[in-house]
Design a protein around this ligand. Sequence first.
Ligand SMILES: Nc1ncnc2c1ncn2[C@@H]1O[C@H](COP(=O)(O)OP(=O)(O)O)[C@@H](O)[C@H]1O
Ligand SMILES: [Mg+2]
Length: 366
Amino acid sequence: MNALTPENVLDALRAVRDPDLHKDIVTLNFVKDLNIEGKDVSFTIVLTTPSCPVKDQFKQQAEEVIRKSIGDVGKIDITMTSNVSTRAAIAKAPILKNVKNTIAVASGKGGVGKSTVSVNLAVALAKDGAKVGLIDCDIYGPSIPIMFNINEKPRMHNQKLLPLEKYGVKVMSIGFLVDPKQAVIWRGPMASGAVKQFLSDVDWGELDYLVFDLPPGTGDIQLTLVQQIPLTGSVIVTTPQEISLADARKGLAMFNKVNVPILGIIENMSYFICSHCGERENIFDTGGGSRAAAEMNVPFLGEIPIDTKFRVGGDIGRPLVESEPDGKHAMIIRDIARKLAAQISISNLGETTSAPIEISLGVNNK
Ligand SMILES: Nc1ncnc2c1ncn2[C@@H]1O[C@H](COP(=O)(O)OP(=O)(O)O)[C@@H](O)[C@H]1O
Ligand SMILES: [Mg+2]
């Protein structure tokens, strides 16, 4: 057994490894404010996201490794906190001064649940303690005002628009500003101009994650948007059937073309659990999303079942992750949000180190 000294505590903590970043928490510089008083030791573990999927595991492991290698320890007081990581290209973009990460949620076609997924992911990240914003880029069919049940108009402050805040998320949509019937006749450049204004003319304050619900498809409008917004990465939402997957592949190709990292694929409407017999039915086939992810060598973030609760949540403007945060269905999305946050941390770390970063998380990317 070793004596209780700061060096020995740090040495012991080297046994705690981050499964996603593939380094130990001391090398990653996560351990701060180490303090020893008599037999007691206290320190803080600063993670790269409050949505860290292994937060509790870290805390438990840290205590275990200290007790195992150091004799005669009293209380071990570990504070878990986070400082969300960012990357130079995002931090430098003047248009996003206080925004650490920007995530585009895209789909090859409409109706696959991209807005439902965007909304629930944003609320899930906020529930974990992150500062989150959401931009409805679907100029022609904005659905976020309904999905958040917001009927107000944004106010101006110091020449900037203030986003509307609900369920812990700051939201902006063209639907708050113009009659959707008018926007329908806008051409592509006007649409991407409007989204750019959401970055330059809206006072977002400090954000850890800004989610963009892109218009469905992979045409010129989408391409212009992803070229003009400095993006941390993208997420592709698909349904399992082949026709949707073919479109999802086009989405991947689009992001590859403009060098935007793909953070992962989410399969929505994956399966249906019969409320009478409890049996799983694969209405639109199964496993397509994870196969496409494997084929394209990008992470698979998870499967979301078909359930009336998701649809009702959208219709009444109260996302399921908000109304039943600990329910079975909400936990599926919250788990996906944590995997996504981990992928963002991996991607950001990858930029500052030259070593290739592998992706673990138990996702199907073999
Ligand atoms: N997992 C799901 N289970 C049940 N209904 C869903 C699910 N995902 C989306 N929906 C419903 O499908 C419709 C289309 O979803 P939406 O999020 O608007 O798609 P998109 O933004 O891709 O066009 C909406 O009525 C929505 O409530
Ligand atoms: Mg939509």
